[in-house]
Write a protein that binds this ligand. Structure first.
Ligand SMILES: [Fe+2]
Length: 314
């Protein structure tokens, strides 16, 4: 009887969750998602009244509809390659332990090149997606590598969705050429991702009620719980042979923009290959700022996305 009740209760919760993913493209709480949406509407109105109109481009429509898009051009390719050569020439750029993150402040170090790349099409693309101005919340340069054949995928190499606000754009500048061999990021279109996330929500709820073999969730075992969700996603994708997109390019400078809640996985390379990318988290803004101001803000800021109590200051 109890099991029967929870089966239907979880189905009801999943329906609610599914409505939320449909309306907000995010698994965050309804109230927070409404606030992010109102903030974006404010940003759009201010942009309109400043007479800063930008037409919706083909790539912006593609991002809205599929949840991801890629593009590049000669100017982006050239500056991205200059950045790659500089990154490679810096001593101990990945720290003394040869870690994955660029060890010096990458936003400050490459500000001129990044501004040039944004001026070559990214800035217009983001404004065309949002129909508003925007803020850069986070930027890092990191590399993906695999030391041995035995090394299994971990963290963002596993299928996952980020769970950030639905108004966010994740944007990657792929400094190295990208291919399956160096772990070019795989992504599933938003329509299918939403189906997978709704299914995951129900199955994970049932797992927590009846099959949970882990200790109650705490800071230490949080990643174990995440692994369960990633494994469930992987099982659905493998069982149904779900199609994913994985860009390939022989040139430096592929721009890969995607909704953070599309199911994605990247950076699991073959041994002997490496991928170096810049990753940005971008959100709409009511402020009218220059690219320099956007990067300065990014350097001062510690969060990947706007905090809900500060949303109307951004
Ligand atoms: Fe991610």
């Amino acid at each position: 009887m109890k099991r029967f009740f929870f089966l239907y209760f979880d189905k009801f919760l999943t329906l609610k969750y599914s409505l939320k993913t449909k309306l907000f493209r995010s698994s965050l709480g309804e109230l927070s998602s409404i606030m992010y949406l109102i903030h974006h509407i404010n940003a759009k109105n201010l942009f309109f009244f400043r007479k800063k109109r930008v037409l919706r481009s083909k790539k912006a429509i593609e991002l809205k509809e599929r949840g991801f898009t890629t593009f590049s051009n000669k100017s982006i390719e050239k500056t991205s390659l200059i950045m790659l050569e500089k990154i490679r020439s810096i001593k101990d750029q990945w720290g003394i332990h040869n870690d994955i993150n660029f060890d010096f402040n990458p936003t400050s170090k490459f500000q001129n090149e990044l501004i040039q790349i944004f001026e070559s099409g990214i800035d217009e693309f983001i404004k065309s997606v949002y129909k508003s101005d925007y803020s850069i919340f986070y930027h890092k340069i990191y590399k993906s590598k695999r030391d041995s054949k035995e090394q299994l995928p971990e963290n963002s190499q596993l299928w996952h969705a980020d769970g950030y606000p639905g108004t966010g754009i994740n944007l990657m500048i792929c400094h190295t050429p990208i291919s399956k061999n160096n772990g070019s990021m795989k992504i599933i279109n938003w329509k299918k991702s939403r189906e997978l996330l709704n299914k995951l929500f129900f199955d994970y709820k049932q797992f927590l009620r009846y099959k949970n073999y882990l200790d109650p969730i705490n800071k230490k075992n949080k990643s174990e719980y995440r692994k369960v969700r990633c494994q469930l996603l992987k099982d659905y994708i493998d069982q149904e042979s779900i199609k994913y997109f994985q860009p390939e390019s022989e040139k430096s400078g592929t721009i890969f923009a995607f909704s953070n809640n599309c199911v994605h996985a990247g950076g699991y390379t073959e041994v002997g290959y490496e991928r170096i990318v810049s990753l940005f988290n971008i959100y709409p803004s009511t402020k009218n700022t220059t690219l320099k101001e956007k990067f300065d803000f990014c350097m001062r800021n510690d969060y990947s996305f706007p905090k809900i109590n500060e949303i109307f200051k951004i």
